[in-house]
Design a binder for this molecule. Structure first.
Ligand code: GLN
Length: 557
């Protein structure tokens, strides 16, 4: 049986949460026993987001097969069971790259190569590839309707409807219905224009997901239905929610899944969203707070560490806690331990995330030293593991100039270096070590207790690695290497046994954390942070109690 398709487009403005909408529809369909796969087309010309600044593009999400992809793929994986690869994310740049390679090989047999049909055919075959072996393929088109650069994708999905017919294709349009304070009114005009734009390229939407900050009344819905040529039941209130994990529940209350099943003529079982409901209950009913400091080079930017922030939320929800994660700019800690004490003392856990470049490194080292010496739970991811090793080499082993050759190529102690370059190994394709690698975990370590297994697979995105020449010196002083690649080449995890919770990993566990399956490294890190919060609370209470019981000295005459 061939798959059916749901095409998700966006109108009016960007950032309406098309990716979350697509992921939530996938989640809802799965809750009814329907299998899904999701994919995204990005209309820009970069071949992939790997070379784009996180400020431009947000996080680069890495799949098992080492593709550097759009952050919406992270939402797809967090909300569904789909297994994503480089086939699930295409940019205009990558489509053209394929076509030009074919043209150079002479595959087009002398024909003129054109947007229609060659580009659109390439797009359609990319869609069909991910639609194998599932009931429904959900295809998100990046950008906003009306953009010049998304036209070939729009044309491709229009052709898909022609090819496969109404019962096998569905168009979902995510649009904005703003409330204008001055008029005290919800406005439907932007949506009308956006749908008109879609109609002009031959696409009639079947379902409108209206982003809004309040419920759409029956009148508003019928007005939109009339002007946009859709059934009234297909005008959905996609109201703003406190947690993204509520979106599937909001959609289900509006009957989105029932409509999709009706349109696509799919048989399905009753929906089962118990685990999501239970999760959202925990979001709204936390038992306590936990405070995590994320020490990084970037000032907080909503999207640049999307998966990391979500993974921390998952870790907190696993303990029924409310997460307060704040970004601390690393450069502000360079002054030393006093600055750390002032800025970090209120936090229950310290995390140094992945990153590139020299800026802020000295501040991160100060933060790590603070966490190590004050027994504050520490979690270092990728760059955060590398800096933990440098800090240990400097402050515990006395190698004052220890560094990574990324930050100081002339350092006499390259504790972190580019091993692959030295071995002449650039056979890995790009210059980064990307995607899933197996890691063997040493028995008797914190890492082993956390994972509860001896072999794991995690995703990578880095160029530099731990230099085993320093292994003896660092381990003799108390650092423990708890995970390595099975052949022993790469160090994957380090920890400090004489600390309540100090762990670093060369990989990015945040890419594999899901709300219903929190990653064990995040779950235990937040758990350790909460332990510290509780200990501080009991210490404080004990101190107050002691003050109370202290005998009052009466001055004797
Ligand atoms: N800059 C470091 C490297 O390239 C760490 C990369 C990262 O944290 N993702 O190895």
């Amino acid at each position: 049986m061939s798959a059916k398709y749901i095409f998700v487009t966006g109108g009016v403005v960007s950032s309406l949460g098309k990716g979350l909408a697509a992921a939530s529809i996938g989640c809802l369909l799965e809750s009814r026993g329907i299998t899904v796969n999701l994919m995204k087309f990005d209309p820009y010309l970069n071949v992939d987001p790997g070379t784009m600044s996180p400020f431009q593009h947000g996080e680069v999400f890495v799949t098992d097969d080492g593709a550097e992809t759009d952050l919406d793929l992270g939402h797809y994986e967090r909300f569904t069971h789909s297994k994503l690869s480089r086939d699930n994310n295409w940019t205009t740049g990558r489509i053209y790259e394929q076509i030009i390679a074919k043209e150079r090989r002479g595959d087009y047999l002398g024909k003129t190569v054109q947007v229609i049909p060659h580009v659109t055919n390439e797009i359609k075959s990319a869609m069909k590839k991910v639609a194998q072996d599932v009931d429904v393929a959900i295809v998100e088109i990046g950008g906003t309707v009306g953009d010049i650069e998304s036209l070939p994708f729009m044309e491709a999905i229009r052709q898909m409807r022609q090819e496969l017919g109404r019962d096998n294709t569905m168009f979902v349009h995510v649009t904005l219905v703003p409330f204008i304070a001055a008029a005290q009114e919800l406005k439907t005009k932007p949506t009308q224009h956006s749908v008109k734009e879609l109609l002009s390229i031959g696409i009639q939407p079947d379902l409108l997901l209206c982003r809004t900050d309040r419920f759409l009344s029956k009148e508003i819905k019928s007005k939109i239905a009339l002007f946009c040529n859709v059934g009234e039941e297909a005008v959905i209130t996609a109201k703003d929610v406190a947690s993204i994990y509520e979106v599937p529940l909001v959609f289900s209350r509006e009957g989105v899944d029932a409509l999709v099943l009706k349109y696509l003529r799919l048989e399905a079982k009753d929906r089962d969203l118990k685990r999501w409901e239970e999760l959202v209950y925990r979001v709204h009913n936390p038992k306590a707070d936990v405070k995590i400091a994320i020490v990084g080079k970037y000032v907080e930017y909503e999207d640049s560490y999307k998966s990391l922030k979500e993974a921390l939320v998952h870790g907190a929800l696993a303990h029924n806690l409310k997460l307060h994660a704040n970004w601390i700019e690393a450069e502000g800690l360079e002054a030393g331990q006093q600055a750390c004490e002032e800025q970090l003392r209120d936090y229950d856990g310290i995390l140094v995330p992945g990153g590139f470049g020299k800026r802020g490194i000295e501040g991160m080292l100060q933060a790590i030293r603070y966490a190590r010496e004050n027994k504050v739970p520490y979690f270092g991811i990728c760059l955060g593991m590398q800096t933990a090793c440098i800090e240990f080499a400097r402050d515990v082993c006395g190698l004052a100039e220890a560094n990574s050759s990324e930050f100081d190529p002339a350092t006499p102690h390259r504790v972190i270096y580019k091993l692959r370059e030295l071995r002449g190994v650039e056979e890995l394709g790009g210059t980064m070590r990307l995607g899933a690698w197996t890691c063997k975990i040493e028995p008797g370590t914190l890492a082993h207790r956390i994972y509860g297994q001896a072999e794991i697979s995690e995703r990578h995105r880095h160029r530099y690695e731990f230099n085993r020449e320093y292994e003896e010196q660092l381990t003799a002083a108390g650092l423990r290497i708890s995970g390595s690649t099975p052949d022993g080449t790469y160090v994957e995890m380090v920890e400090l046994p004489d600390h309540p919770h100090f762990i670093g990993c060369q990989f990015h566990p945040e890419f594999k954390s899901k709300p219903l399956e929190p990653h064990p490294l995040f779950r235990t890190f937040v758990g350790a942070a909460y332990e510290l919060a509780r200990k501080r609370e009991t210490d404080k209470n004990a101190a107050e109690l002691e003050m109370f019981h202290r005998p009052v000295k009466v001055a004797s005459r």
